[in-house]
Design a protein around this ligand. Structure first.
Ligand code: PLP
Length: 428
């Protein structure tokens, strides 16, 4: 047994499933997870001293590579002043100002500690603001582990939600309606059948959580129009896409203005940070300005704010980051496409900017049921073949990969080569 395997065996006796977040356990691909000791730039190192090229980047935050110097320095500088005050700080004001500049639809913002907290708070605010109880989400979109979001689709868009996890009550599930992603007609039906009852529509403007799935032309515009017509708030969950698909997130890239936005991942530079914000008129109902309660002992933590601020400042002041990410994304996906041609496989690649997924299916993937048509055992073999060649992918078909600016052209070529060899190995 290697060190990772030994640690996993012990972890399983102490932590449910051996991990502190389920997908880390490698259940979807088989085998034993790597236990990570350190990471720098484009590389991650496991407890056995092996080096891997990073295509997960902590599920998104490490957009500039690991231990990026300005972020590391900001944290070092901050820790000398103590780690938490539970009182307002200058850095929180700077953070709020920077976020509102980078994401103009956000006029006021509240910091929290995770994406889950951000989405939970956002729907509470939407409910408080509209005086309505129900929300609409899309099948295959993940908004963290708040009860209201752990809802399966039932049998089609007309169906009331049913709990996806034991512990979520039927009453909670009944307030979450679901529709297939990219299906405007299904949303129209839900709105028509629940008039004056829907507080918000929440979606990932580009989905990362069923693999990378793009909004079809007109989908986001159509949702915006339906929200306006029906007095429903539009919540963009930009926990993955925020500060990644553009400085101002997917809303800038697709030119759609949501009412509320949830953020996470990059905003903390790798520290546990989330945020939600939107029009001042809506955010003014949040406590203590208004009656909708939301709080947090460690919210706006000074160390986390320092890391996040250093990250966002860098992104705000270096637009070349985004052109480089486009370039890396295009090079990699071009290379992956030519490997598919060479190996005679007609699989689907969905790609936008620095997010992409190679789906092991010949169908186009525009929603969750299409994503589920993938050959999952094949993905598992491909994943391990890539790992053996030193490339660390997300351990599930239903995830997006996240690129960083630490990837050099040489590393891109290495990944392309590993991909071609791994595909060939996986199909034979
Ligand atoms: N929303 C989206 C779109 C996410 O991708 C995630 C996590 O991956 C979350 C919310 C939840 O964020 P967290 O894991 O920080 O609670």
């Amino acid at each position: 047994m290697n060190e990772s395997e030994k640690l996993f065996e012990k972890a399983k006796t102490l932590i449910p499933g051996g991990v502190n977040s389920p997908v880390r356990a490698f259940r979807a691909v088989g085998g034993s997870p790597l236990f990570i000791k350190s990471a720098k730039g484009p590389y991650i190192y496991d407890e056995d001293g092996r080096q891997y090229i990073e295509l997960i980047n902590s599920w998104g935050p490490m957009i500039l590579g690991h231990a990026f110097e300005p972020v590391e320095k900001a944290v070092r500088d901050a820790i000398q002043y103590s780690f938490s005050f539970g009182a307002p700080t200058r850095k929180e004001v700077e953070m709020a100002e920077l976020i509102t500049q980078m994401v103009p639809s956000v006029e006021k913002v509240r910091m929290v500690n995770s994406g889950t907290e951000a989405t939970m708070a956002a729907i509470r605010v939407a409910r408080g603001f509209t005086g309505r109880d129900k929300i609409i989400k899309f099948e295959g979109c993940y908004h963290g582990h708040g009860d209201s979001f752990l809802i399966a689709a039932g049998s089609g868009a007309m169906t009331m939600g049913v709990p996806d996890s034991p512990g979520v009550t039927k009453a909670t599930a009944a307030d979450t309606l679901t529709a297939p992603y990219n299906d405007l007609a299904a949303v129209e039906v839900l709105l028509a059948n629940n008039q004056n009852q829907i507080a918000a529509i929440i979606l990932e403007p580009v989905v990362g959580n069923m693999g990378c799935v793009l909004p079809e032309p007109g989908f986001l515009e159509g949702i915006r129009t339906l929200c306006d017509k029906n007095g429903v708030l539009l919540i963009f969950d930009e926990v993955m896409t925020g500060f990644r698909l553009a400085k101002g997130g997917a809303q800038e890239r697709f030119n759609i203005v949501p009412d509320l936005t949830t953020m996470g991942k990059i905003i903390g530079g790798g520290m546990p940070v989330g945020a939600y914000g939107g029009r001042a008129e809506i955010m003014n109902i949040v406590s203590p300005a208004g009656p909708v309660y939301q709080a947090g002992t460690l919210s706006g933590n000074p160390i986390a704010m320092s890391a996040g601020l250093a990250m966002l400042h860098y992104l705000n002041e270096h637009p070349d980051v985004y052109s480089r990410l486009e370039e890396v994304g295009n090079k990699l996906t071009d290379g992956f496409r030519s490997a598919l041609l060479k190996t005679g496989l007609n699989y689907t690649i969905n790609h936008v900017g620095s997010m992409f997924t190679l789906f092991m299916t010949e169908r186009p993937v525009t929603n969750f049921s299409e994503a589920k048509s993938c050959d999952l055992p094949l993905f598992g073999r491909y994943f391990h073949a890539m790992l053996n060649r030193g490339v660390y992918l997300a351990p599930s078909q239903f995830e997006s990969l996240f690129l960083s600016t630490a990837l050099t052209d040489e590393l891109v070529e290495q990944i392309i080569q590993a991909n071609e060899e791994s595909l060939t190995e996986a199909i034979t």
